[in-house]
Design a protein around this ligand. Structure first.
Ligand SMILES: [Fe+2]
Ligand SMILES: [Fe+2]
Length: 296
């Protein structure tokens, strides 16, 4: 039985007051102000929640941990280094740790900054499929499950636009490889940061949702055993739709005060058991309302 922990959106940060002023321009200035009046409070115990996830992992012993992005708040170099430091014990706690970027990690429209994030955190991504490192990326997690990672982050200039985008060419490359993967592995875990759907099964708003999310779902419906893992929306949910549609698991936010949690998955050839985990006040415990099993 393969064990996987899926968490998202820890949003660790450093105080915006400690950042050089030159870093706080444009969208980052708005983000820093937002952090000082609201977001910072919501995630101020992020490091403690990461430690609690580590404590859970010490007893549950997942083979793989996956994170669907938003490690930080403003994607500044000091925050990203802080995230690298506080996530390291989790990375070291399992045989595999894989992540994708969130919009708060690759935050502003600056090709050099995006390249720096890629260079610094490329090792956190699943292995590339091709020499040019184009998306998707992916690897087997065991004999019964394969992880596919798609980038859905496209930095935006406007602080009012936090929408994501799936590249048509990346979807094309996925379409080419999907049938063979589905023949080999009973479960295909497709991870991206943005949510193709909200918890009610409807697309998120154009300024916050995932452009081309419907195309991903259409593609994944052509094979059995595919499911979408994502974050970005800070409430944990599973959307199962109908037997013809692809299940979606949103890990919510590991650290958002009042909503903390993640998903744990136990995967065998013929079934996948998903257990939502919630914060009890001092540790993560099973959420009895989020316990479900998918069958092949
Ligand atoms: Fe987030
Ligand atoms: Fe996000």
């Amino acid at each position: 039985m393969l064990r996987v922990i899926h968490f998202s959106d820890p949003h660790v940060t450093v105080s915006p007051r400690s950042l050089p002023l030159r870093m706080l321009r444009g969208k980052r200035l708005v983000g820093a102000l937002n952090q000082m009046v609201g977001r910072g409070r919501k995630h101020r115990a992020a490091e403690m929640k990461l430690e609690a996830l580590c404590a859970f992992q010490r007893t549950w012993r997942a083979d793989t941990l996956v994170c669907s992005g938003d490690w930080t708040v403003l994607g500044t170099a000091p925050e990203l280094e802080h995230a690298a430091q506080v996530l390291q014990p989790l990375r070291a706690s399992a045989e595999h740790f894989y992540s994708v970027f969130g919009n708060h990690d690759d935050y502003i429209v600056d090709a050099r900054e995006s390249a720096r994030v890629m260079a610094r955190f490329g090792a956190w991504l699943p292995p590339a499929w091709s020499a040019d490192h184009a998306w998707p990326r992916g690897c087997a997690l065991g004999p019964h499950a394969y992880l596919i990672a798609l980038n859905s982050v496209l930095p935006r200039r406007s602080p009012l636009d936090s929408s994501g985008y799936l590249d048509t060419e990346a979807l094309g490359r996925l379409a080419e490889r999907l049938p063979a993967l589905a023949e080999t592995y009973p479960w295909l875990l497709v991870m991206t940061h943005y949510a193709p759907l909200r918890s009610d099964g409807q697309p998120d708003s154009p300024r916050h949702g995932l452009h081309q999310g419907a195309a991903l779902d259409e593609l994944l419906q052509t094979v059995p055993g595919a499911l979408v893992l994502h974050g970005h929306l800070h409430r944990r949910f599973a959307w199962l739709g109908s037997p013809q549609t692809v299940p979606h698991f949103c890990a919510g936010s590991l650290s958002h005060a009042g909503r903390e949690g993640f998903w744990s998955y136990e995967i065998a050839a013929d079934r996948l058991r998903a257990q939502g985990m919630r914060w009890s006040g001092d540790k993560f415990i099973n959420d009895p309302q989020q316990s479900l099993e998918l069958r092949r």
